[in-house]
Design a protein around this ligand. Structure first.
Ligand code: TRP
Length: 458
């Protein structure tokens, strides 16, 4: 059956715009800030390998499934799930998947915005020449000064949330195309310059070896690598689903998904290759945690030709990358409020933005006043503060769980005729996709979960 639903929010003008928007959502702090620091904390090599395998075997198929579900439903994830469950004769309870996504989106954005705030403040640090010839001690104290001051962090967090609300209020399609078309290549160019600097440190091969030589990894490490595959591709909470709902029919979901995954992974690996040589050249700790890029990249900018300008441009682009990701984190919620509450986009964005901003205050305090307020949950995690807990619960539990249910819905609940019709791809590609989504994704997610809680041992 071919469905003919239309989105009340409009459509992308063509496939390229969808690819740009989805790439804008995927490429963000996850690639440049998070990937290097969690790879560092989890020993490099094997972690990177598990992450790459998860991108290929879970990420790409789930991206196809999410886009397909979104395009078929043509509404916010909550209403899309309700509509498709009804189409396919399944339980109305599937809307819960949409709800979990909306909640995960709020929670992720609440801390994402705080980190984006660090990048904002670094634009001004860099422009003022503070990184010129900076030493590792110097940059350490610049970073510590920033994060130990809750008022500063709150101010930057507020600015970033306002920026996000403005774009979402105007409608996600507005201006996104132009922004992403120009900014993504520029970010790539500056990242390459930083990698080039890293090659001059004499520690380039140490960095590469750290990233690609297999070593020991914990069960937690495997979970974090899998969770990051979802996080970095924006999967498991409906962001890609809502972007899929604006996608015109007759565009290839397969090609778009592969292209997005490849670009996203490329940016992450480049970021790793830029950062680890600097880590080793300056005797820093690979496992330094969330501050890692903020303590290493300035050293590169401080020592390269025209570094003040390049560094400033880099942090501007990083903020843009975070911005295009942030808007996709609340678009599902805003689309739902517009559909069900008949609210206009402006009010919807403001309500949701304020709510998210409030939760973000917890993360602001996690780097200073509440840094040592930690707690543990048996089998799951030990000694995590507010920020660490939110990050763990959203990225490593909610997203994989969302992905698991998306896979189950696409492969086990939807009729094969529906998914075939909507994906509209080559038969062999369809077969491979179907196999991965039906068996590999669910088994992988369940096995990794069971391993972490100690029911089985990998
Ligand atoms: N993928 C983005 C990044 O890597 C973050 C992000 C945007 C995201 N939208 C999402 C993460 C939806 C999970 C779900 O920075």
């Amino acid at each position: 059956m071919t469905t003919t639903r239309k989105s009340i929010h409009g459509q992308w003008s063509n496939r390229l715009v969808f690819i740009l928007a989805a790439t804008g959502s995927a490429v963000g702090l996850g690639n440049i800030w998070k990937f290097p620091y969690i790879a560092g904390e989890n020993g490099g090599g094997t972690f990177v390998l598990v992450y790459l395998v998860c991108i290929a075997l879970i990420g790409v198929p789930i991206m196809m499934a999410e886009t397909m579900i979104g395009r078929r439903g043509r509404q916010s994830p909550i209403n899309t799930m309700a509509a498709l469950a009804a189409d396919e004769g399944r339980s109305a309870g599937w809307v819960a998947l949409g709800w979990m996504g909306v909640i995960a989106g709020f929670l992720i954005l609440s801390y994402y915005s705080v980190i984006a705030g660090w990048a904002l403040s670094y634009i001004f640090r860099s422009a003022s020449g503070a990184f010129l010839n900076v030493t590792s001690n110097g940059i350490n104290s610049i970073f510590t000064n920033l994060v130990s001051d809750p008022e500063k962090l709150l101010a930057w967090h507020t600015i970033f949330m306002v920026m996000t609300m403005i774009v979402v209020a105007r409608g996600v399609k507005h201006g996104l195309e132009k922004a992403v078309r120009f900014l993504m290549p520029a970010l790539l160019a500056l990242l390459l310059m930083t990698v080039a600097y890293s090659m001059t440190t004499g520690y380039f091969m140490e960095g590469v070896r750290f990233l690609f030589t297999p070593g020991p990894i914990s069960g937690q490490g495997v979970l974090i690598a899998m969770g990051h595959a979802f996080f970095t591709l924006s999967l498991g909470m409906g962001a890609i689903m809502v972007y899929g709902s604006y996608l015109p029919r007759h565009t290839s979901i397969t090609q778009a998904s592969v292209l997005i995954a490849v670009s996203d992974t490329g940016v992450a690996l480049l970021a790793g290759m830029a950062i680890f040589p600097i880590v080793f050249a300056n005797g820093l700790e690979p496992g330094a945690g969330p501050g890692l890029i903020f303590k290493t990249l300035p050293i590169a900018f401080g020592h390269m030709e025209a570094g003040t300008m390049i560094g400033t441009a880099f942090f501007i682009l990083l903020v843009f990358a975070a911005w295009t990701s942030a808007i996709s984190l609340i678009e599902p919620a805003v689309a739902w409020m517009v559909e069900n509450r008949g609210m206009n986009r402006i009010y919807a964005s403001v309500y949701i933005g304020i709510f998210t901003w409030l939760i973000g205050i917890g993360s602001v305090l996690s780097f200073n006043l509440w840094a040592d307020h930690t707690w543990s949950v048996p089998f799951l995690f030990k000694d995590k503060n507010f920020f660490d807990t939110l990050d763990f619960v959203t990225a490593n539990l909610m997203l994989p769980l969302g992905g698991l249910f998306i896979a189950i819905f696409a492969a086990w609940m939807m009729k094969e005729s529906s998914t075939r019709d909507e994906l509209n791809t080559h038969n062999v590609v369809y077969r491979i996709w179907y196999f991965l989504v039906k068996y590999i994704t669910p088994i992988a997610v369940i096995v990794v979960f069971l391993n972490v809680i100690g029911v089985i041992e990998l």
